[in-house]
Design a protein. Structure first.
Length: 124
């Protein structure tokens, strides 16, 4: 089973992809930029950008009936790896126990010149 996830609580997909996919046992989120779904504005400090990206991940998971506690893997894409400590500090507010596996990369450029993008995989 493959079900497309759609929620107004996270930014809409702006291309040929889905906000997420629910397979019944796993939930895959697309990379979530730090866009506020209410006003379409991009957060520009790494702390607020990380917070908004994780709120968007949480919203996509919630639409599929999953939570951050069920996340088994996150991938974090940073515009600048020098922002790692600040991103990690906010990330630790959302994942406090039994943290998921994680990869973090500096990338040449993110859509909309965002500072961070975060994707997740959760087990239902």
């Amino acid at each position: 089973m493959k079900q497309v996830i759609r929620t107004t609580d996270a930014p809409s997909a702006i291309g040929p992809y889905s906000q997420g996919i629910d397979t019944g046992s796993l939930v895959f989120t697309s990379g979530q930029l730090p866009l506020n779904p209410e006003n379409g504005k991009l957060e520009t400090s790494i702390e607020e950008a990380t917070r908004q990206s994780l709120k968007n991940v949480r919203a996509v998971l919630a639409q599929a009936g999953a939570t951050l506690e069920q996340v088994v893997k996150c991938t974090v894409f940073l515009k600048d790896l020098n922002d790692f400590a600040a991103m990690n500090s906010v990330y630790a507010e959302y994942f406090t126990e039994n943290c998921p596996a994680r990869s973090c990369f500096q990338v040449a450029k993110l859509p909309m010149d965002a500072l961070v993008e975060i994707e997740a995989i959760a087990v239902k």
